[in-house]
Design a protein around this ligand. Structure first.
Ligand code: PMP
Length: 463
């Protein structure tokens, strides 16, 4: 097993987690994971998780930005229990069900746009992205899709096809759809135009928009959609310059292209707005939500202008379990909790505090090249050299490994795999936040002092 050496390298007992990892390796297809360290989660509550050996952790990952309201929120657990006493689900493919309709009514209310909207459901960010592509193609009767390099949209066929971060030699193994064209996202920190996007945001936005418009023209205007994360997530928390998303929407309107706002990771309050697109004052044609929507239950949604949504005839959006009643009530409770606990505002306030603390660390440690994000969607870019900005994936992984040893769930991501991902629950207590941030600082120091063996990097896969 790949973790065989780990027990000699960590001080705590992880024997049960290791046994689960061993069986996973034996029985699970390797294509479904990037394993960071042998943590088998057995229990969770709020912003804490426990592994199979009873070790406790603060959760800075929230199961990949799923638990915006914390693990097992009592309101969500309560409605799930009530629902399973009545009905698990009955297919909406043939009849009617109240719970998903109520959820659709809520989603229409909390998403941007004062026009008449409709909703379709799925289970995972990926399938919702597929639905958005179907809708955009059906309503425009056009073929091509423009997406961004280093974007992540999911692993079903449509979503994989528009995902920019997977290396072509990997995705081409399974023949993704062909009519997808990748353009550069205006990353203020590292971009192909060598523009300092923090100093010159307008210049960066304008160059990137020209680049997109050229692509639309090259494709003879046969473009159905532009799909974008308003803030790129798995690319390493890339916040575009303020004018870019607005300019992109204007370009889409000018050329009759649907604008798909992909909020799977950034949505549901995470960035300090209900939807990240609201930072840019843009109203999208279609909005894709998932992850945090179900409060831990699998559910995704596409919300869009009614006439666009209805351009897809049945059965093209049918799944047997669509709008699953248990997931739907969990999602309704999740929305209620975000509103009643004022988690959108809290993400904004607490996010500012975390950014400040991380920027203080950046003053002290040269290996931190950039700290960026909005709300509690934050990335810490680990570099070999501040001037060259050369990414240091190995050091970032060592920081995560040490953090795990010290009781913090922390992973890396990003197009270079060198960005520490800070995505705790939005209602994480300040004491947990501080403890987590202190662990990161201690881990940074330990790595710099040579206390974490280089060898650990051989075992951690990561992005
Ligand atoms: N879009 C974004 C922005 C994501 O971050 C993810 C998951 N990392 C997805 C889509 C895919 O969602 P899922 O894995 O739930 O299908």
């Amino acid at each position: 097993m790949k973790w065989n050496r780990i027990p000699q390298l960590v001080s705590k007992n992880i024997s049960r987690s290791l046994e689960i990892a061993r069986l996973d390796e034996e029985y699970m297809a390797r294509g479904h994971a990037f394993k960071y360290y042998p943590l088998a989660v057995a229990r969770a509550e709020g912003s804490r998780v426990w592994d199979a050996d009873g070790n406790e952790y603060i959760d800075f990952l929230a199961s990949a930005a799923v638990y915006n309201i914390g693990h097992r929120h009592p309101e969500v657990v309560k409605v799930i229990k009530e629902q399973i006493e009545k009905l698990l689900n009955y297919t909406m493919g043939y009849f009617y069900e109240k719970e998903p309709v109520e959820l659709a009514m809520q989603l229409v209310k909390i998403t941007p746009g004062e026009f008449k909207k409709k909703v379709t459901f799925g289970f995972s960010g990926s399938d919702a992205v597929d639905s958005s592509i179907k809708i955009a193609r059906a309503c425009t009767r056009r073929k091509h899709i423009i997406s961004f390099k280093d974007s992540y949209h999911g692993m079903t066929y449509g979503a994989l096809s528009v995902t920019g971060i997977v290396k072509p030699e990997v995705s081409e193994l399974v023949c993704p759809i062909k009519e997808v064209h990748f353009v550069d996202f205006p990353d203020p920190y590292r971009n192909p135009w060598d523009i300092d996007g923090y100093e010159k945001p307008d210049e960066l936005a304008s160059v990137a928009l020209d680049h997109v418009e050229r692509k639309i023209k090259e494709l003879d205007e046969d473009v159905a959609a532009i799909i974008t994360e308003p803030i790129q997530g798995d690319a390493g928390v890339v916040v575009p310059p303020p004018g870019f998303i607005k300019g992109l929407k204007e370009l889409a309107e000018k050329h009759g292209v649907m604008f798909i706002d992909e909020e799977v990771q950034a949505g549901m309050g995470r960035t300090g707005k209900w939807w990240a697109i609201e930072h840019f004052n843009v109203v999208p044609d279609l909005l894709v939500a998932a992850k945090a929507l179900g409060g831990g239950m699998p559910i995704s949604a596409v919300v869009g202008k009614a006439e666009l949504m209805d351009s897809v005839p049945p059965p093209l959006l049918v799944y047997t379990h669509i709008g699953h009643a248990v997931s739907a009530v969990a999602a309704l409770a999740t929305i209620k909790v975000i509103l009643s606990e004022r988690l959108v505002e809290r993400a904004r306030e607490v996010g500012e505090y975390v950014l400040k603390r991380l920027k203080e660390m950046m003053e002290k440690y040269n290996i931190i090249g950039d700290v960026r994000g909005k709300g509690l969607m934050i990335g810490v870019d680990i570099v070999k050299d501040r001037k060259t900005k050369e990414p240091d994936r190995a050091t970032a992984l060592k920081i995560c490994f040490r953090s795990w040893e010290k009781g913090l769930v922390l992973i890396t991501f990003g197009k270079h795999g060198n960005v520490l991902r800070i995505a705790p629950p939005l209602n994480i207590p300040v004491e947990d936040l501080d403890k987590g941030l202190n662990i990161i600082e201690e881990a940074v120091k330990d790595v710099l002092d040579g206390k974490v063996p280089d060898e650990v990097v051989n075992y951690l896969k990561g992005w």
